[in-house]
Ligand binder design. Structure first.
Ligand code: IMP
Length: 216
């Protein structure tokens, strides 16, 4: 079965959108502006027979120190704008020696001080343990918000390691998962998807969704 995946915007979303764009097979819209995230999610879901559309829309910027709350708020906000079932994701990098920083502030920290800034903050620190967390929230009229979480533990590297430079995004070049010789950025997408926080959350979602989607 060939799965279609498409990018849609709020302008062209209505109740028929998912079926028209993605076909009659199992499908869902993922609200994100991040193509890297979209590709990772698409790849995991396609292995489970679920097509995904990327829905780009300006979302609410929730201020919270909890990524689950941020994801839930964003899902409710997005659903209120388009009234069709969807998923959103919020992710964060939690560094032990920095008391969980940047965590829910990861997007801002990445935009401002980037990987170089994180490495600078961690100069001379022995404890380099960190955890990547992903919170995926599905929202539909029938189910309300449903949360799926994924975590991957690892270490912050001493330098940025990009591999061939074609893989990864964000903090991937400075995060080396436990029991791996490579950073996320040094892995092809399939390998990152085997162990990543996001893939774990998406797989939990997919298992649940496969059982209920025909009744939505
Ligand atoms: P967001 O708020 O879910 O978009 O994620 C916050 C920030 O964390 C993003 O801007 C990325 O820089 C970073 N991030 C999220 N997920 C990943 C990942 O899988 N790898 C590397 N960086 C990530």
């Amino acid at each position: 079965m060939k799965l279609k995946s498409e990018v849609v915007t709020l302008k062209n979303v209505n109740n028929n959108t998912t079926e028209l764009l993605l076909g009659k097979n199992k499908n869902v819209l993922f609200v994100t502006g991040n193509f890297h995230k979209f590709n990772e999610v698409r790849s995991v879901l396609s292995l489970r027979g679920i097509a995904v559309g990327m829905l780009r829309m300006k979302g609410k910027e929730t201020q919270s120190d909890n990524i689950n709350e941020i994801a839930q708020d964003s899902a409710i906000d997005a659903f209120n704008k388009c009234h069709i079932p969807l998923i959103v994701e919020d992710a964060g990098l939690f560094i032990d020696a920095l008391e969980g920083f940047p965590g829910p502030y990861s997007a801002y920290v990445y935009k401002t001080i980037q990987n170089r800034g994180i490495l600078k903050l961690m100069e001379n620190l022995q404890n380099r343990k960190a955890t990547f967390c992903s919170a995926i929230v599905f929202y539909s009229q029938k189910t309300g918000p449903q949360l799926f979480e994924g975590k991957t533990e690892g270490e912050i590297t001493l330098t940025e390691r990009n591999g061939d430079g074609n893989s990864g995004f964000g903090f991937d070049p400075i995060f080396q998962p436990m029991d791996s010789e490579k950073t996320f950025a040094e892995m092809p997408l399939e390998e990152k998807n085997y162990i990543s926080h996001r893939a774990k959350a998406v797989n939990k979602f997919a298992k649940w969704y496969s059982n209920i989607c025909d009744n939505l």
